[in-house]
Structures are given as structure tokens and as C-alpha cells.
Ligand binder design. Structure first.
Ligand SMILES: Cc1ncc(COP(=O)(O)O)c(C=O)c1O
Length: 471
């Protein structure tokens, strides 16, 4: 039988097509800046995509954080905000939603994820202690360091290789963890900092088998496990897809089981939970809860709002339920995969397997002629913006910052440019435009030069650093 001249994506992949489980009710017009406008904007922003004005951006793939489109139910929830200073009814809705979906006993709301990271780091880390984790995250590690801890990476080696196809590249390496315990002693370990999925590794998941084994090991040594649950829903999707025996288990049940192996979690609700602002911290231990409830009033706000308005808590409570729906997660990860599949078909080097929230371009293979000290992933981010107005972000040497002991650049094995897909915001056509821009920049790669850093802030430098092109 002859093939039709035009084929849908589903036909190209030998399956029936599926679509997002929503339709669009309101739109926000976009402006496409001209090439000259982009040149000026990029120079004014010091070649740092965080310093661009959003009005100068066409397709914004900077981050999936706080950039989701809320549903009509969530917007309706905004109108039901109870803005009482204390005891807002929206707080109790949120508490119930977290308890129901994640299973933890006690909830502390925070303004966003780093507020929760600050509180848990302060409450649990004593100066001189170690915090092992499955690869660092920028704000998480900084709060652990500011509390006097030292982060130790115990992720499996495969996570540092962008081409390795391990299905659970977020897994903890039990031998690395055991070696750390043997070297420093369990009492010097504040807790295990476990992320599901691992952002800096490319949005890679952790298997249930791994978290179960980690739990058993930590139990033997009396070590607690706290989870960065920011993208746990996406992690659960990969478990459902790849882990034997879970194909018929709903995402919501997988999330609950995963959390059952941990002692608590912190959350940047700006991701999985489909809201523009918000976060939380949830724990089982009543004494720790007491300490956190006391700390939150110093740094965030009263323990029944923690920096959020009542309306934000209502939208968040609704977003939690929406985020757990299998159809939603399939469409969300499916869109990320669509972009990844296009780039892979064109032999463009990206992190594989494609993760849950973003496509990560491998800048080391993209620009092998640019040394890491000349910031190839930052340069690639700038080149993409210049080509099309697509905004990405650096996840390499700039994001890794400096070693607090030696002051030298940390030089991560992964030098990546992240194209992050906001949830429920862009269409397949936007993905096509982004993919074609990556291809155009790839085709022109040999002429590209690196950058030099001309301004470097002390903390989390990737947000505010400035660069100039090398001639
Ligand atoms: C894995 C992970 N943890 C924590 C955070 C920090 O959360 P927030 O940006 O809400 O402070 C982020 C944000 O990007 C994240 O991706």
C-alpha cells in the first residue's frame, strides 16, 4: 500500500496519534523580534538569557518553572482565595491535597522550592556534615553549603555520560553511598538528598527498585531520606513506562509508593503542579515538623501561608490533582519527546534518553572546538536566541559555579544547553520552529566562537553573570 505524501507524527512512528487532554480557551499574543532587535537585546543582556526581557523573546524555553498555563479550574480557584492572615481555608485544601497525593503527614507551605530547601537545610544540617545526593541542583546544594554541609555526588556513573542509554540514569549508586558512610561515619551524614527526576542530568528518573534499595541501606545506618519532589510526577511516568510490573499502575499510585520510601520532601510547585508560584515542605517526623513550623515564620511567613497568598494555595491544591492525571503526563512528556525525536533524527547531539521536562543539547559535541573555559553551552544559548528568538539556558560550567574551598571553576562532565518546555503552553508547531533553529545553529557550528565572563556574582552566578564574545 502506498504511503500518503504527508504523514502525521503518529504515522511516522507507526502508532495512532494522541493529543493533549485540553483545549485552548485564552491566548497570549507573541512578538517576533527582528534579527537587529535580537542582536541589541543579546548584547544588552550580556549574552545571558536570564537577563533578556521576555518581550524580546519569541518562544521561551528558558525554564518550566512557574511558566505553566493554569486550567480554568485553577483560575476559578484564584477567585476563591481566603486572604486571612492566619488559618486560610485554602491552606487546609493544600494540606489535604499534599497528604492525599504524597502521603506525608505534616505540611509547611513556602513561597517556592528554594524557601523549602533553606528551611530543611537549616533544620537538619550541622556544620561539618555531609549530604550525599543523586547529582547536585544549583539552589539545593547552595542551601546545603550555606548550612555548613558538604554535598557529595552519589549518582550512578552513567548519569555523567550524555550518550548512555540507561533507563534510570537518576539512580543512586549504592556502592558510592556505602563508601561515603564507611569513610565519614553515618553520624556525619545529615540525610540523603534524593531528587526524582534529576534536572542537571537531563531530567533522568530514579527507579522504584533503586529507591527501595536505598531505603534498606539507609535503614541499616539510621540515615533519613528527603526527596526533591519537584518533578516526581514525571519520574513516575518513566517508572510506569519502563519498570517491570508498573505498566498498569496509575501515576498517582506510583508517586505515593515512591514517597513511602522517604521521610519527607520539598517541592518547587512551579513545575509539576502547574502553578506560577509556590512550594512546600512535608515531613513525617513530628519533632522536625515542630522545628520547621518555627523556622518558617522567620523566613517565609506564618505556617498557614508560608509566603503564598490564599489564592495561590487554592490554585496549587487544584494543580496537584491535575498533575497526577496519566493523560496529562503522557502529553507533557510526549511533547518533550517530540522535540527530542526531531533533533535525534537530524543527528544533533542531545542527552539521551530524552528526559521529562527538557531537551539538553550536548555543547561539548556541538562545539568540540570551544574549550569548556570559554563557556560553550552559554555560547550555544546565545546563538539560538540570535537565530530565532528562542530562549534556552546554560547548564554547564557557569551553572556549576566555583568550588567554595579552592575558588576554581567546577568543571562538570555535562556541558549542556537546556530547551525547557513549559507545561500546556506551546504547540507542536512551536516545537518545529525550535527544532529548525537548533538545526540552523548546528549547521553553522564551525564558525562559532566562545565567550569570556566579564561580570561574576558570588552566588548562583548563572542567573546574573555577563559575557562578551571572543573574537
Ligand atoms: C530540581 C529542582 N529543585 C529545586 C528547585 C528550586 O525551586 P524554586 O525555583 O521554586 O526555588 C528547582 C528549580 O528550578 C529544581 O529544578
Amino acid at each position: 500500500m502506498s504511503q500518503p505524501a504527508y504523514r502525521t507524527m503518529g504515522q511516522q512512528f507507526g502508532r495512532r496519534s494522541w493529543a493533549e487532554p485540553w483545549k485552548i480557551k485564552m491566548v497570549e499574543p507573541l512578538h517576533v523580534p527582528t534579527r537587529t532587535q535580537r542582536e541589541v537585546a543579546l548584547r544588552d543582556a550580556g549574552y545571558n538569557s536570564f537577563l533578556l526581557r521576555s518581550e524580546d523573546v519569541y518562544i521561551d524555553l528558558l525554564t518550566d518553572s512557574g511558566t505553566s498555563a493554569m486550567s480554568d479550574r485553577q483560575w476559578a480557584g484564584i477567585m476563591l482565595g481566603d486572604e486571612a492572615y492566619a488559618g486560610s481555608r485554602n491552606f487546609y485544601h493544600l494540606e489535604e491535597a499534599v497528604q492525599r497525593s504524597y502521603g506525608y503527614r505534616h505540611l509547611i507551605p513556602t513561597h517556592q522550592g528554594r524557601g523549602a530547601e533553606h528551611l530543611i537545610s537549616r533544620a537538619l544540617i550541622r556544620p561539618g556534615q555531609y549530604v550525599p545526593g543523586n547529582m547536585y541542583f544549583t539552589t539545593t546544594r547552595l542551601h546545603q553549603e550555606l548550612a555548613g554541609g558538604t554535598f557529595v555526588d552519589v549518582i550512578i556513573d552513567e548519569a555523567h555520560d550524555p550518550a548512555d542509554l540507561h533507563p534510570f540514569k537518576g539512580n543512586v549508586d549504592l556502592e558510592k553511598l556505602e563508601a561515603l558512610i564507611a569513610r565519614v561515619g553515618a553520624e556525619k551524614i545529615a540525610y540523603l538528598s534524593l531528587a526524582g527526576t534529576v534536572n542537571m542530568a537531563g531530567g533522568q528518573p530514579v527507579s522504584l527498585a533503586n529507591v527501595r534499595a536505598v531505603r534498606a541501606l539507609c535503614n541499616r545506618h539510621g540515615i533519613r531520606i528527603y526527596l526533591d519532589a519537584t518533578r516526581l510526577v514525571e519520574n513516575a511516568f518513566f517508572i510506569q513506562e519502563r519498570e517491570e510490573g508498573y505498566q498498569d499502575t496509575p501515576i498517582a499510585a506510583i508517586v505515593k509508593e515512591f514517597c513511602g520510601y522517604t521521610d519527607g520532601a520539598w517541592m518547587s510547585a512551579k513545575k509539576d503542579h502547574l502553578v506560577n508560584i509556590g512550594g512546600w515542605l512535608a515531613v513525617n517526623d513530628p519533632e522536625l515538623f515542630d522545628a520547621l513550623r518555627n523556622l518558617v515564620v522567620i523566613y517565609e511567613g506564618l505556617h498557614t501561608y508560608g509566603g503564598m497568598a490564599g489564592r495561590d494555595m487554592e490554585a496549587l491544591a487544584i494543580g496537584i490533582a491535575e498533575s497526577m492525571q496519566d493523560e496529562h503526563v503522557r502529553a507533557r512528556v510526549g511533547q518533550v519527546r517530540y522535540l527530542g525525536d526531531l533533533l535525534l533524527a537530524w543527528d544533533i547531539p542531545i542527552v539521551q534518553p530524552v528526559g521529562g521536562h527538557a531537551i539538553f543539547l550536548d555543547a561539548k559535541r556541538f562545539y568540540p572546538h570551544i574549550p569548556q573555559g570559554q563557556f560553550p553551552a552559554q555560547a550555544l544559548t546565545a546563538a539560538l536566541y540570535l537565530d530565532s528568538g528562542v530562549r534556552a539556558m546554560e547548564r554547564g560550567i557557569v551553572s556549576a559555579g566555583r568550588d567554595p574551598e579552592t575558588g576554581d571553576h567546577r568543571r562538570p562532565a555535562l556541558e549542556l544547553t537546556r530547551l525547557t518546555i513549559p507545561r500546556r503552553v506551546y504547540t507542536q508547531a512551536h516545537m518545529d520552529v525550535a527544532a529548525e533553529s537548533v538545526k540552523a545553529v548546528y549547521d553553522a557550528r564551525s564558525a562559532m566562537r566562545g565567550l569570556r565572563m566579564v561580570y561574576e556574582p558570588k552566588y548562583l552566578r548563572f542567573f546574573q553573570a555577563r559575557f562578551e564574545p571572543l573574537s
